[in-house]
Design a protein around this ligand. Sequence first.
Ligand code: C5J
Length: 220
Amino acid sequence: MPIIAARPYDFTFPAHGLGLIVIDMQRDFLEPGGFGEALGNDVGHLAAAIGPTARLLAAFRARGLPVIHTREAHSPDLSDCPPAKLRRGRGALHIGDPGPMGRILIDGEEGSAIVSELAPLPGEKVVRKPGKGAFHATALGQLLPQLGISHLIFAGVTTEVCVQTTMREANDRGYECLLAEDATASYFPAFKRATIDMLVAQDGIVGWAASVQAIETALG
Ligand code: C5J
């Protein structure tokens, strides 16, 4: 079985069974004028993850390995938005409010699209999710077995919110999970570091972490 040099120890995976999941690389989170910036965050911290994520996408696509993208976005009538999520926050902008790139985190609005550098190719699965985790109220749980995926490489934003939540959900469902360290980012660099430390603690209680370079090397 191929091996990725990872933390806390090597990650082995079957030649067929590895999938890439790219979490919420959306304009609303990454670009100036989106939801992330409206919450007072420095979106510059997230830009660093675009290049490494593009490299992962290229590696998986070149080998015909499955790729899944997620988007955090709600229906225009907000009927799929958990009430607590809608109420959360004391800032001026909330989910569904008009923003510079259309209504914030609403499906079909400019801001909810995946950034152009990482745009899904025809045929790649895109999971729209109303929660932070990608399993809640989505078909991801059915999709992964249909694609023959047992091992998941994670990329995307933000490390400590939607990426970590989804990784933990997947781990509890029996998937072997590895976070691509340079293909994920947080508005708070210290939170990214802490999340990776938590994931790989106790001999990988929630999974593994490795560089994009190590993943590329293992894919050969
Ligand atoms: C957040 C996400 N942070 N994709 N979403 O609200 O992490």
